[in-house]
Design a protein around this ligand. Structure first.
Ligand SMILES: *Cc1c(COP(=O)(O)O)cnc(C)c1O
Length: 458
């Protein structure tokens, strides 16, 4: 028989998690005003809130921490990281930052001016925030297929090159500082972008004389999808594919809390020395000297090691197949999902799960609360609460999709945990018709309300 794949690591250290009772959870979620961000982590049995900074570091990463060099300037840890970034991305220049959004802040301080247009594929919310904060505009050019929950497309995160060329053609010269391609496309559900698409976008960037920047938070997962889905890449190493992806770009921003498997960190990597020098000034103002930029030496060491581990095929295979395993089990229970499954998370289509709850009563948040009550699982709403109110009319905005995201931390949970999650979700699905009403807002902030909102049951 064909041997199943299994995790390419074993466990050396464990952390206890508490399996609470339903009565405890009823009390805790009421005290948290039905907002899962308000729960203490001890009140959560399996935490699927995010895959960002929640991964488990390896013994090699922990030992790299012990040899971190904490010198202010020119630390060996900085050079270890520089070497790793060169090996994996082919970018010669790099600046450390404390996390991904800090990399955006530094690089965009050089590149983005008031009135600019920055096209891309579903900009991540902090990316969009850093563009809009500078009174520039982010224009989403993701392919139409990304908007339909069940349309199967191998690279559903792709840029629509016609939409992109339209933007480039109609925007006055000098008003597009760069195109940003996010791999994988997080906002569209962890969907990959093909090499062919990156190549086409790069050709358009050259044709119109604009830069191409890659938001590389999940570049290794993207490379895995290219290897397994795109013609011509099956025989290539993940690092070779990564280098090719980055070879089409002028630079990248990175949230190392994702594919570099560290708990905190980020960087900017660039090809052009002049741009690097300009960004260095902002790095010094906002983050720290150019050889540490908000990171301690030990953390840069762990990050360098994490970049190598995060681009190992066996590791990526076990991660992405674990996510897929969860999706397959939920699907066979009849639960409506967004397909194909993304790299880092499974998204439940809450509108089609809780069909009798109107959108004014937040079906996705109601479902997230039910998953918590059923089995102590913390997920996150990506729907009407997250979409906020229209800034002018103050009416609720109802996005196309009402989703609950189950993000899987890296190397943290076992297959048995995944089966537990699936059982919890199918129990809720089996009793979905008994969930007859949703939630109502008691108090909310002016913007970004989902973090602090207080809700009550109807
Ligand atoms: C997480 C993330 C960021 C921001 O990074 P932080 O480390 O959270 O500041 C930017 N882009 C993408 C695609 C991300 O997933």
């Amino acid at each position: 028989m064909e041997l199943p794949f299994s995790e390419p690591y074993k466990i050396k250290m464990v952390e206890a998690i508490y399996r609470s009772t339903r009565e405890e959870r009823e009390r805790w979620i009421r005290d948290a005003s039905f907002n899962l961000f308000n729960l203490r982590s001890e009140q959560v049995y399996i935490d699927l809130l995010t895959d960002s900074g929640t991964g488990a570091m390896s013994d090699r990463q922990w030992s790299a921490i012990m040899t971190g060099d904490e010198s202010y300037a020119g630390a060996s840890s900085f050079y270890n990281l520089k070497d790793a970034i060169w090996d994996i991305t082919g970018f010669q220049y790099f600046l450390p930052t404390h996390q991904g959004r800090a990399a955006e802040n530094v690089l965009f301080s050089v590149l983005v001016k008031e009135g600019d247009i920055v096209p891309g594929n579903s900009h991540f919310d902090t990316t969009k925030g850093h563009i809009e904060f500078r009174k520039a505009k982010a224009v989403d050019c993701t392919i139409e297929a990304s908007k339909s929950p069940s349309v199967w497309h191998p690279f559903k995160g792709n840029v629509d090159t016609e939409k992109l060329e339209d933007v480039l053609k109609t925007t006055p010269a000098g008003k597009v500082p760069f195109i940003i391609v996010t791999v994988t496309n997080n906002t569209a559900g962890g969907q990959p972008v093909s090499m062919e698409n990156i190549r086409e976008v790069s050709a358009l960037a050259k044709k119109y004389g604009v830069k191409l920047i890659i938001d590389g938070a999940r570049f290794a997962e993207n490379a895995y999808f290219i290897k397994t889905r795109e013609k011509g890449y099956a025989g290539m190493e993940i690092t070779e594919i990564s280098r090719e992806m980055f070879s089409y770009a002028d630079g990248m921003t990175m949230s190392s809390k994702k594919d570099a498997i560290v708990n905190m960190g980020g960087f900017i990597a660039l090809r052009d020395e002049k741009l690097y020098r300009q960004a260095s000034t902002y790095n010094i103002i906002y983050e720290g000297f150019i050889t540490y930029g908000g990171m301690s030496g030990r953390d840069m060491n762990a990050l360098a090691q994490g970049l190598y581990e995060g681009t190992e095929f066996r590791y990526l295979e076990s991660r992405i197949k674990q996510v897929e395993y969860l999706g397959t089990m939920l699907k066979s229970a009849g639960i409506p999902l967004i397909e194909p499954f993304g790299g880092h998370a499974i998204f439940i289509d809450a509108k089609n799960f809780l069909t009798s709850i109107p959108r004014e009563e937040f079906p996705a948040q109601t479902l997230a609360v039910e998953l918590y009550l059923e089995g102590g699982i913390r997920t996150v709403e990506i729907g009407t609460l997250l979409a906020d109110r229209d800034p002018l009319t103050r009416e609720n905005r109802f996005p196309e999709l009402e989703m609950v995201r189950l993000a899987i931390p890296r190397r943290v949970y076992t297959y048995r945990h995944i089966e537990y999650i699936a059982a919890v979700a199918s129990n809720v699905f089996d009793r979905r018709h008994s969930i007859k009403s949703g939630l109502k807002i008691k108090r909310e902030a002016q913007i970004m309300r989902h973090f602090t909102v207080e809700l009550e049951r109807l």
